[in-house]
Write a protein that binds this ligand. Sequence first.
Ligand SMILES: NC(=O)c1ccc[n+]([C@@H]2O[C@H](COP(=O)([O-])OP(=O)(O)OC[C@H]3O[C@@H](n4cnc5c(N)ncnc54)[C@H](OP(=O)(O)O)[C@@H]3O)[C@@H](O)[C@H]2O)c1
Length: 287
Amino acid sequence: MSAQNVVLVTAATGNLGPHAAARLLDAGVSVRALVLPDDPHRDRLPEGVEVFHGDLADPDSLDAALDGVDGVFLMWPFFTLNVDTAPAVVKKIEATARRVAFVSSVGVHIGLEPVDNNCHAYMEQLLEGTSLDWTFLRTTGFHCNALGFAPQIRAGDVVRYPYGAATRTSVDERDLAAVGAAVLTTDGHAGKKYLVSGPEEVSQAEQVRIIGEVIGRELRWEDIEHDAARRAMVDSGWPASYADGALDYFAQLTTTPEVRSDAVRELTGRPARTFREWALDRADAFR
Ligand SMILES: NC(=O)c1ccc[n+]([C@@H]2O[C@H](COP(=O)([O-])OP(=O)(O)OC[C@H]3O[C@@H](n4cnc5c(N)ncnc54)[C@H](OP(=O)(O)O)[C@@H]3O)[C@@H](O)[C@H]2O)c1
């Protein structure tokens, strides 16, 4: 193993970032976290991480955080930030770092996400144009996306959401973090595009049933119509093109299960966590 010395984690205080930081610390790396100056979630980061204030919308604000780094665990917060500054950010990373693990999406893997959607496919294209040793983690949705059901489950026994029959192979965010840490701290991953998923196919309605079993309640799924779901997603802040992409994908997954891979086991040496394992660990969020 050739551990990198210093790795910067971007989007560090979200669902994945704190786990990424923890796994990198485990690997003996000095970990920096890029954090917005007014970020209320800074305390999610594990002890031992060096916090640097910076904003991906302002590439020059990254200079201190990037100074002297060897690797970047790169995530772009597409939901709240467009990609206008991405070319300048990638250029700055190229000027200092050698390795980048970019958290991409299964949508690129299956050809669902076009480059002009200005999302993961666009970022991949930018990175491919650099001299960096890049690796793409084309992940399925995270187990923790099911936290989106939590308010309805705490309030009652019915979850209303579109496409309950959509069969997902969601991945535990802790496993994805471990994959990214392995990519940044061991050799042989440059130029690789890994599909990263969980170990099993579980429909969205089954996820809710499993959560119910874990918290000792009988929960019920109720499909809401595509158009109503789209309106609700856009009203809650989703860019319209992302809402359309997600809903079309859910529709497709009602007849064709999501793709699956063994990347977690192959890259971390441990089996990927099931959705039930995740639900047991996060049960309190649904009570
Ligand atoms: N979730 C999924 O199912 C999924 C599937 C495929 C790919 N991905 C990829 O995985 C990545 C990580 O997902 P996640 O769920 O961990 O993300 P997340 O929870 O939405 O976290 C986003 C993070 O980015 C930070 N941030 C927002 N705007 C920023 C800016 N201008 N400059 C610097 N930091 C900023 C946020 O800080 P604040 O808390 O202060 O806003 C937060 O720490 C995503 O970017 C996405 O591309 C996710």
